[in-house]
Ligand binder design. Sequence first.
Ligand code: GAL
Length: 691
Amino acid sequence: MKFYILAIVVVINITANAQMYVGSAYYPEQLSKERIDKDASLMQEAHLNMVRIGDFAWSALESEDGNFSFEWMDNAIHTLQKKGIQTLLCTPTAAIPKWMCDAHPDIMQVQVDGQRKAYGRRRHACYNNEAYCTYCVRIVRELAARYKETPAVIGFQIDNEMTTEDPYCYCENCRMRFVEWLQKKYKTIGKLNQSWGTTFWSETLNSFSQAWLPRRMDNPAIYLDYQRFFSDCTLDFYRMQRDEIKKIAPRMLCTTNVGGGGFVTTIDLYQLGKECDVLSIDNYPINCTVENLYGNNVGQPFEPSMVSFALQQIRGGRKENIWVTEEQVGRTALTQREIVPDGIVRLWTHQQLAYGCNMSVFFPFRAFESAHEHLMVGVVESDYVKRDKYQEIQQTAHEVRALYAKTGKLLPIARAAIIRDFDADWTFENGYTFCPDLKYLREVYAYYKALRSRSVMVDMVSPDADLSPYDCVIIPYLALVAPDFPEKIETKVKKGATVVMTCLTGVRNKEFHKFDGGVYQPLQRLAGIEIERQEALFGRKHNTLDYVDSTAICKYWFDKVKPVQATVLSRYNGAYFKDAPAITCNRVGDGKMYYVATVPEQKVIDQLMNVVISETSLKPIAHHASPLMEIAELQDMKGNSYLYLINFSGDLQQVVLNYPSNDVMTGEEWKAGIVSVNPMEYKVLRIKKQV
Ligand code: GAL
């Protein structure tokens, strides 16, 4: 009897906190009614409470121009709803029906070589094509009108991964939009010429209409503007659909899913975040790594900190939840880099919760029977057998919903921030970059990893972010800076913050022009240094430096620094700039400003972060030694502190906790000291002291 009362209480609690969504991507347009019926029961039994449907279903929704059929979708939504499963509806615009392409061949994007893309894949329609946009608006209106009163539909995912799969287009429509964008930005052609430096190589334009869409090896200032323009086009495409939905169905939450495991450089994610009710990420920890972004499909080993790096980027420092609209459950469609280990999907889902995600959507529920993604592993295969994947998902969904029912909304808290900038991405990726071997996000990650492997929580923020919550700010490779940036940093340091700034920060203004003296003078003054020369090394060449008690490798970029006020902490000792400072520190007001004049190997960054942590209030409330151990600090909405401990390793891990705590799920009490976490297990602790 007691057990039943408890069970009822738990169920009521879970329902009351329905904002923790755990579900799966589902493709009812490929399935019979009988299958959907049975799947709904399987999902319910697996504790799933939502599905994401409709992405890529355009031809099933509109088989011919204006010929709509929604009955199959109505049936799916209602069948699932009867089992307590809500729906996140996708607009189907990422894959166009063949009839549309046949009627309007110019819908297809044009590649950089001028060749129009052929039909047969997805994400290959041009955002600026009028016919495509008209069709998009019409289908979105139809969907919004049909489901605006359907309580089971919680919102819309707009399109699918708008930012991936070579989204650029070089058609004449895009060029005309670029011309308009430039006119709006520069007002006069003289200003544009001055900004782009067009007298160089005789590129002076007489009118805006002469502007062309640049390629990577064209003038870097034009390429930078093109990237900003393209990001704006993608945002406009999102806004166009969102505005239609909100006009018709204002209660619907609108999101869009960022692909590439969150590592994308084709859109300014800070801008996108502002436009979404919730921003979403597709989390593929095995397939989508930073190296993958740079085309090195090497199967980088799984690192929990790389996943949290991606999640924190999507959150962008906002005190908001984010959603995971796709989570890898096994082998994906195109590549088999690694076999997804048993039990790891469960831990990835916990990790998502630990970084403020209140939606987890396993991809896909049912393995596809044919076509492009026939190789993907699903929660279930083509039958109804509840095999190991299903059981893992069932356990996971039950755990995270029960946990959320106890804690309510949780958000990660950080007192350190890393500034990550999209202008920097675009600058480092143009054809005339400072050093082609220096991959921006890879090097930003080195600082993130150093702090996370010391259990320090880190927000990833824009250069425009409010820095007041942070005691420590890292500014890695922020190539382009706005005029007011140094003052913002100076104010921060004077008030007692520790700032670590690296080389290649402040080397150009926002128009991609040099500053007098190479690096923006106010930043040099703040660092207490004078930068006398800057050099790059490509390929396998490197330099070395002395730091703490060892020699380490440094690569790619080397500032020759003369200390003015700063103390020298490290010097080059190799073939280049021997004995010149490689790391310096300057006291400014109550704070400190470190300068790293090169790109050092990880151990140097680790050691520098040890120093930074020991001098600041960054000391974590718990720590551990294994890189496979995730420790995240969170807060609930009442300000209570929590620790999420997730052991991704096959060994028992011991975490040193600085405060007493109790286990949220079992109530078990822990004194300050050692807490053990079993292999491939997790714990959520409520910290007894406010921190
Ligand atoms: C995602 C995409 C899905 C599916 C999946 C396969 O990026 O959104 O539709 O293609 O990859 O790995």
